[in-house]
Design a protein around this ligand. Structure first.
Ligand code: CP
Length: 320
């Protein structure tokens, strides 16, 4: 049997690559571990020594604002040494393979790699390589790979939903927009279904839906009004134009008319609905400013919770 490479022989988390197939008790353990870290920002001393003496390398082969910065803050709050590799001037731009770069950083005593890459599977490749070369003390966290997975975003989304709604087993959650290109949507769908959310909906035009998306346990809506009716949580997605090949939409204006979240459309959801967005947000394309900045929006708390969740992930995998 091929073992899940992110779990060790005892079923403990040793890398975080995807939420797909991750047991519910492991996800709950991460969310529970994040709880005390969320209040650390209120303390005078914001650091704990859990990763003291460890070297965390941020390898971001794709742009990032929130993920990269919150991983750096999280690692520093855990007292790790953080090294941000400047990919633009690293040896990968001279033709060195990804795994040769990794081997060289391991030779510099790296303890953890936080990896974002445009190619789906890149963090998985690194983790498998480290496992095969008996470097099991070195850990990999996927910070977003292609359109495959963004597990810490999925976890911070789950943390945010649990914070505001307490439990998952009575919720209707809608994920709206460019599901086809979205690693955020995939990770959140896996997390929500694993934790027992009874109704997960995806809403968007057919051209932006993966084929057989219903096999992931979601209900598919192409009509925004029908999809939003009665929702407890609405998660808006960015149009991933950098991953689109050819024209999948008539225009941004036409998209906003049908799928942009406005106050009128949001009124179809439950009165206590929360509105989420992973960022970066395109105002006037997928979301109206009146909603993004409105009283139902929890978009900025998501970012803050991301620090605590990333602290939890790094401390758990380093502990194993
Ligand atoms: N949500 C997210 O991944 O944002 P960044 O691209 O800014 O990291």
């Amino acid at each position: 049997m091929i073992r899940n490479p992110q779990l060790n022989a005892n079923g403990e988390l040793t890398h975080l690559l995807t939420l797909e197939g991750l047991p519910a008790d492991v996800i709950r353990h991460i969310l529970d571990t994040a709880e005390p870290f969320a209040s650390i920002s209120e303390r005078e001393v914001k650091k704990v020594p859990l990763l003291r003496g460890k070297a965390v390398f941020n390898l971001f082969f794709e742009n990032s604002t929130r993920t990269r910065t919150t991983f750096e803050i999280a690692a520093k709050r855990l007292s790790a040494d953080v090294i941000n590799l400047n990919i633009g001037v690293s040896s990968t731009s001279k033709g060195e393979t990804l795994l040769d770069t990794v081997d060289n950083l391991v030779a510099m005593n790296a303890d953890m790699f936080v990896v974002r890459h445009a190619q789906s599977g890149a963090p998985h490749l690194i983790a498998t390589h480290l496992n095969q070369h008996r470097q099991t003390h070195v850990h990999v966290v996927n910070a977003g790979d292609g359109r495959h997975a963004h597990p810490t975003q999925g976890l911070l989304d789950l943390y945010t939903i649990r914070h505001y709604k307490r439990e998952f087993t009575n919720l209707t959650v809608a994920i709206v927009g460019d599901v086809l290109h979205s690693r955020v949507a995939r990770s959140l769908i896996h997390g929500l279904t694993t934790l027992g959310t009874p109704e997960v909906r995806v809403i968007g035009p057919r051209t932006l839906m993966p084929t057989r998306v219903d096999a992931m346990g979601v209900r598919v809506f192409t009509d925004m009004s029908a999809g939003l009716a009665g929702c407890d949580v609405v998660v808006m997605l960015r149009l991933q134009s950098e991953r689109m090949k050819g024209t999948l939409l008539p225009s941004a204006g036409e998209y906003f008319k049908h799928y942009g979240l406005t106050p009128d459309k949001l009124a179809l959801a439950r009165p206590d609905v929360i509105v989420m967005h992973p960022g970066p947000m395109n105002r006037g394309v997928e979301i109206d400013s009146a909603v993004a900045d409105g009283e139902r929006s929890v978009i900025l708390p998501q970012v803050t919770f991301g620090i605590a969740v990333r602290m939890a992930v790094m401390s758990i995998i380093a502990g194993n």
